[in-house]
Design a protein around this ligand. Sequence first.
Ligand SMILES: [Zn+2]
Length: 527
Amino acid sequence: MALNLIDAGYRPVKVGLGERDFFVDFESDRGISLEEAKAFAKNRRVEVQVKERRVKYNGVEFEVELEPAGEARFIYLTNVSTHHPDQDRQYVRIRGVAFETEEELKRYLDWLREAEEVDHRILGERLDLFSFHEEAGPGIVLYHPKGAVIRNELMNYMRQINSSMGYQEVYTSHVYRAVLWRISGHYSLYKDKMLLFRQEDEEVGVKPMNCPAHIMIYKSRTRSYRELPVRFSEFGHVYRWEKKGELYGLLRTRGFTQDDGHIFLAEDQLEQELRSLVEKTVEVLSKLGFRGDDVRVNLSTKPDESIGSQELWDRATGVLRKVLEEVGLKYLVKEKEGAFYGPKIDFDIRDSLGRWWQLSTVQVDFALPERFKLEYVDRGGERRRPVMIHRAIYGSIDRFMAILLEHYRGKLPTWLCPIQVRILPVTFENSAYGLNLMRELTSLGVRAEVDAGEETLSRRVKRAYDDGVPYILVVGKREVEEGTVTVRGRGNVELKGVNVQEFESALLKEIGERSSEQIVLLTLKGK
Ligand SMILES: [Zn+2]
């Protein structure tokens, strides 16, 4: 393939191995399309010498990372992208797979078709949600407009949950003096994963957690027992320098957003607070489609090395146990696996491949209030130490999004969809009706668009379906005359002659309730 590029006047610089494919990089200021690239994907019988991982052909020399094991005759290209090896140059990268037999290629394509439906990394690329880039670095995700819509919807929902539970949202900066991380203990216990650097004789660190910042806000004035529990929430963007080999799409990144929350409360308020946290977590997970066997709850108890008295640990662990039993959750006790600062409950969720990922967490903390010498003034005017709870329901919004994409195979509940309705005019004559419909839906807050392309209707329907759009409105001559729409939903359901107002009100109900059911279809079918 590199040789074909040379013959076409391009200058390949490297043939290398990707995660599960090969790539060819060539220098160019101009990108090329996948279609254009396919012209070069032909195997040729040319003898070339590989010398110290370099190949010379027709006066062009390039690097080869791999020694071809067999003769690759069946090539399939997957993707073309660009990246910058340095500030002056751009490389175009053609990625693909190559096999010796047609049978192997066919097996791969079957696998790919299946993976395209479940792997959130492939879904994210296909649905134009997010991307990772060489120049940005591994584990650093960039959200595209459609991905940002999903994030925002998830955050809006959590804001509503948080405010219903009495949280006050805060916003805190990303970089703090090292002394703060020394007080919190992160400097000694979490240093390996932290980004620490010196600036003007001062050592500073990017936050891997939001707790110390929330503690500073708590400490900014004297707190009375009347205020407790004090609950702070934040969509906190944190950075943890995970090992390169452990990075995995959105499931493990180096920078991510937590739906973080910290509660400062008196010891005798623990039970009630923990109960409402566990109940709310179960409610949210279940609403998003995770219930029954897909959720696993773990209770982690006192490790050998810990702080806080045995009595305090026993009481807090007892409360967590009691709450889990009262809420009726099956749980696994992980003896001695609690954090050194307190016992915790974790909620794990199973992904499409049956692997478990930790999402929600509720952690009792006796240590940080001690380290930061937190206080509140009790009823009798005495200064007392509060207890802290760290909690997150999504855990990481990024990880949660990955699990959602895989769980729903890219076909998200309507309220989360970047495009909720796509209108397809059958012919050009029906476009004005389609555009009016789009304006009406948009004014109601629905994310709607028109696809009046020149392709056939069936092609456009298929694309809308592949794009994960939950509702396709087909408008033709009949619909324009009657002032109706033909609604196509998921699962190949088609309803003709639907009254526009009825469709709209059912749709607004479905979105408003953040339902994971297609309420529109259920409502309209009953008519
Ligand atoms: Zn925390």
